[in-house]
Design a protein around this ligand. Sequence first.
Ligand SMILES: Cc1cc2nc3c(=O)[nH]c(=O)nc-3n(C[C@H](O)[C@H](O)[C@H](O)COP(=O)(O)OP(=O)(O)OC[C@H]3O[C@@H](n4cnc5c(N)ncnc54)[C@H](O)[C@@H]3O)c2cc1C
Length: 536
Amino acid sequence: MENSTSVQKNGTSEFDVIVVGGGHNGLVAAGYLAKAGRKVLVLEKRPIVGGAAVTEEFFPGFKFSSLADGSGSLSPKVASDLKLSEHGLQILPADPLIVSLLDDGKNLTLWHDTDRTVQEIAKFSAADAQTYPRFIERMEKISRIVAEMNYLVPPDVPDLGFTDLTNFTGFISPVRNLGWRHISQVVRLLPMSVADLLSEWFESEYVIGAIAASAILNTSFGPQEINSTAYAFLQNWSLSNNGLFRSSGQVKGGMGALTQALADAARSMGASILTETEVSTIDYQDGKVTGVTLADGDRYLSKNVVSAADMRTTFLKLIDPYYLDAKFVESVRKIIYRGTSARMHFALDRLPTFSGIDGDSQRLSGHVQIAPTIEYLQKASDAAKFGNHSKQPYLDIQIPTLTDSSLAPAGKHILSATVKYMPYTLREGNWEELRETIGGLVVDTLSAYAPDFKECILHEKLMTPLEIEQGYTLPEGSPVHGDMALNQFMWMRPIPGYAQYRGPIDGLYMCSAATHPGGGVTGINGKNAAQQVLSD
Ligand SMILES: Cc1cc2nc3c(=O)[nH]c(=O)nc-3n(C[C@H](O)[C@H](O)[C@H](O)COP(=O)(O)OP(=O)(O)OC[C@H]3O[C@@H](n4cnc5c(N)ncnc54)[C@H](O)[C@@H]3O)c2cc1C
């Protein structure tokens, strides 16, 4: 158990704010609240803080970013406000942004540098090479608007009162500042599919596939589907740290080093953090929060509780929904999670030889994608729509040891892949029965691009959507506490009427990825929620 001498149990300790869950958003909220002088206690049920952003040593000497592995969405504002570099956070740059592996040993590499990318794209289409710089410039401009909105508290749209009307005007002001021509472009673009959006700009199926893949990482939808994918594309862009559609960079020590830095920062400002401490109820009386009770029966008192856990856990488990407003509970029950990702980790004896890469290992140091075309991606997602696993999965791969050799013994490597589409709810069979099939499928898919892959494997670990749910409290394995879809964004996130980070009980707040601006290791949700607590 981590920390803290100042924490006494059995209801004797009272705090200004208790944070339930030590995921990165909970830690960010704790950091801001402690910085503002509040007495804060964070309670995390796992043995380590970090939630979905952790480093774990699955095999001796091999350290993996268990779930999230891309650090590039962390809000620069949060990093500087909480002085994370002073607490050990080190982000290692990675270039290229993406290498998309194609058949016959070909690949399409997208670098950070536009001119270099243009040269690569020209191998596939001269017209697309010409278009790419204009595309980046135009979309970057629009994504900056979304970026501004990420930091704003969404208005209470269904019950729009006078104050909310003012808030609403404020909320959309970044869009208004764009000018009419761009506003209509944004409105037109939001409900589109990312495939349609990109087809308006590019002709090569490989260019479109390579760019589209990042849009669907955090949604259950395929790239040809509306209701989320163009929006998710822009949202990812708005959160990336490099002006491009996908974030980049790697945390030295894996993602857990980021959340350890957050915990260290929060502690340095006076917050107490307890791990292996599961909250079993959030307590309240006469409509006001009074504290929490732990699974072991101990209690901590506070008039303010910030839940950094997902909505299902918070309102259907930690609070008896019987006592909550029926309409509110119904909305919580209706949140769509629909996880479609598995994760697979490999400890490797040596770096596999990827066809066509020919010893140029730098090319493999960013995101490595097996997502050649829209057709490939859409077919992969179509399977999951009907409860089947994809037979030709989309793999989003990183080989972090190419950038950070401290993650494995000398000369060895690790490779981790997010594997889509693997539906949480299976039409037939169960995840235990499918384990071997999926593990073999991932190995075979990789072997098609790196023929010696199998020979390099020392150890492997598959995490199914069910295990992701059970091990990390992510409902239905949803990476973002609720699908990133148009009906679950901005003032509808987590549910309409509750997008201001306040729960239905006085003193109860929400700050996880379930809230605006959604998932990803950004810290923005935690920051926004802390500001609401402080303003109240
Ligand atoms: C496979 C996968 C890959 C991903 N890849 C990326 C990526 O590359 N880049 C990126 O930016 N994002 C990625 N994400 C998304 C990102 O990891 C999440 O959106 C983000 O980490 C959510 O953070 P959070 O703090 O809101 O919630 P969480 O990290 O889920 O934290 C919630 C915490 O609450 C704790 N908790 C729950 N119930 C209780 C209780 N009763 N008592 C005490 N504690 C409790 C949990 O243990 C957990 O620590 C990925 C997610 C997955 C699943």
